[in-house]
Design a protein around this ligand. Sequence first.
Ligand SMILES: NC(=O)c1ccc[n+]([C@@H]2O[C@H](COP(=O)([O-])OP(=O)(O)OC[C@H]3O[C@@H](n4cnc5c(N)ncnc54)[C@H](O)[C@@H]3O)[C@@H](O)[C@H]2O)c1
Length: 257
Amino acid sequence: MCDLTGKHGLIVGVANKRSISWAIAQAAAASGARLALTYPSERLEENVRELAAKLENPLVRPCDVTSDQQIADLAATLDREFGGLDFAVHGAGFAPADALHNPFVETSRESFRIALDVSAYSLVGLTRAVAPLMEKRGGGSILTLTFIGSDRVYPNYNVMGVAKAALESSVRYLASDLGPKNIRVNAISAGAIKTLAASGIAGFSSILQVYRDRAPLRRSVETSEVADAAMFLLSPASRAVTGEILMVDAGMHAIGL
Ligand SMILES: NC(=O)c1ccc[n+]([C@@H]2O[C@H](COP(=O)([O-])OP(=O)(O)OC[C@H]3O[C@@H](n4cnc5c(N)ncnc54)[C@H](O)[C@@H]3O)[C@@H](O)[C@H]2O)c1
């Protein structure tokens, strides 16, 4: 059911081997998909190219998700090279460092704008660009990555929590818009994982310790576990699921105290 043989997918959000998006890319490739990976800047291009070289016949293209032009160029390339698209993974997230250290009340207008643009609006822009490619395939699956800091306060997560709330709401509105075209839009809310993005959040290790102490499974999660759940949401196994935020967090969301 989670077979992706003959499918073409886009993966946005690989920075290095610890990226959640990289684990999803590996799992999708192992399930038979051909993939396009993106990098947001020249600084990360080499990393992404090195990782992509482990995949079969990958496409590697630039895409800074704050640029409408780069999103449009990417969609045009995918149309030309793949002739359509079956699934897309949106794993881009960013907030300026000051917003992840200072009290939330100090968040500047500019940091708020950047965090919401990169981490939430980009799903809307990217979805709009790839939807016509998915229509060519009779439908598709779009997946983004979120965190429960959207709903509850986590120390120093701050404006990222606000951005994730906007992202999760966008999942539902996009699912409603695109459902008639058989394009599904879902999110995985992952438990805390030590990645590049996570290392920007002050005191992140203490969040991990709370998972070890209190989550029902007494641990947090691995990127490969998020990837396994992603295979369900990207494949026909989840063909009746859309507008969903799937918790892949060792049960942490179920705990009150
Ligand atoms: N690590 C966690 O604990 C955790 C938990 C739940 C959700 N998430 C979410 O998972 C997603 C992936 O994060 P990760 O933890 O794998 O870290 P990561 O740092 O590996 O991935 C974040 C990615 O965002 C990309 N990015 C940043 N600005 C961009 C831009 N302007 N254009 C295009 N891409 C841009 C980075 O290049 C990077 O690849 C993020 O949305 C993050 O919020 C992470």
